[in-house]
Design a protein around this ligand. Structure first.
Ligand code: HEC
Length: 165
């Protein structure tokens, strides 16, 4: 197998494994959502739309891709902050074409959304070429930027990925 195919296979395994794991942990998932809700109770429409999904083991393909992206980012973060970051190869970092997956709400896929997705993929690719904390934080910033307009629920959790430099 070509190296790329190997990376992709490993990544798919992480994805599928991750989905099973998150399904098993749906309690902590819903806990997170409950905590991240607006305390005054007037959560925005997006918050509510996102909240329904994490509480449920059945999610849209786009949400499943997002969970895989989160796991992949957490793995890369762990690598970048570890002592072995200089001496060992980086973890699998395979692009996830999430914008081509069916979302929970098909209205999210707008030209603006696709532009943000493209910015995200550029930042993602840079980390693959040069895995540094700076480049990684640029990816996290892209996650947050899109989420501010489309799905604010997970922003707190995404922000925790940021590496202090
Ligand atoms: C271009 C826009 C965009 C980018 C970039 C983006 N997201 Fe998302 N994200 C979304 C949308 C839209 C949803 C809701 C998907 C759905 O419900 O089908 C979502 C959902 C999620 C969810 C909730 C999934 C679930 O279980 O319901 C998580 C967690 C998440 N994203 C994490 C991330 C992380 C981490 C990154 C960066 C590595 C990221 N996202 C980048 C738009 C984006």
């Amino acid at each position: 197998m070509a190296p790329k195919a190997v990376v992709y296979t490993v990544f798919l395994a992480i994805w599928v494994g991750g989905l099973a794991l998150m399904g098993a942990c749906s309690d902590s998932g819903s806990g997170f959502w409950v905590n991240s809700k607006n305390p005054s109770g007037n959560a925005s429409k997006e918050d509510t739309a996102c909240a329904v999904q994490l509480a449920s083991p059945k999610v849209s393909p786009m949400a499943a891709a997002m969970r895989a992206m989160l796991i992949q980012a957490e793995t890369m973060r762990a690598y970048l902050i570890s002592d072995s970051a200089q001496s060992s190869p980086p973890p699998a970092w395979a692009p996830m074409p999430f914008e081509k997956q069916m979302p929970t709400d098909s209205n999210v896929v707008t030209p603006d959304f696709l532009r943000r997705a493209s910015d995200y993929h550029k930042a993602f690719e840079r980390v693959g070429r040069e895995p540094t904390p700076e480049h990684f934080n640029a990816v996290v910033a892209q996650c947050v930027q899109c989420h501010e307009s489309n799905c604010p629920g997970p922003i707190k959790r995404i922000n925790r990925l940021r590496i202090e430099i």
